[in-house]
Design a protein around this ligand. Sequence first.
Ligand code: GLN
Length: 192
Amino acid sequence: MRVAILALQGAFLEHEEMLQRLGVDFFEIRKLSDWQQSKDALIIPGGESTTIGKLLVDLGLQTPIRKSIEEGLPVFGTCAGLILLAKNVEGDSENTHTQSQLAVMDITAMRNAYGRQLGSFYTIAPFEGIDKDVPMTFIRAPFIKKVGSKVKVLSVVNGNVVAARERNMLVTSFHPELNSDTRIHQYFLDMI
Ligand code: GLN
């Protein structure tokens, strides 16, 4: 199994460390030619969704990545990655976009949903399909305001949806790669 990790900006190294610990092969996507390599899945890290989104367009990666996801490539988006995968994005006054660059998952993401300061916190909470509560680190996090009928909600924190799955797509509004607990990455690997 070989996992592609989008490495344009943000917390991609931490995902690489997770996969290393799980003994899974990976490679970085920094330009279009990287994307041509064969892969079994894709991880889109947290960071700044506007920056990553702009780079996706500038580097010509937007269309091929979207097509592969639509054709069934398993994808895991954390935080900014969730925003990039969401069909609808709300809650950002600096950005009038209502569609993200990939826009493949039937969810509405609320950007910076907790306010800039309150968006960073740590908790442990249940996650559907995983036995015991998992650690969750939120950093200027979005949450999921609305889900489509085919989307399965996996975790709710303080009444807000923070993890969901639709077919081949998994998203979390927190950063599982920032804790030592590998179970959410393992959950994703089990989807492949
Ligand atoms: N607030 C960031 C955004 O809107 C996401 C933060 C993160 O990925 N930790 O893109």
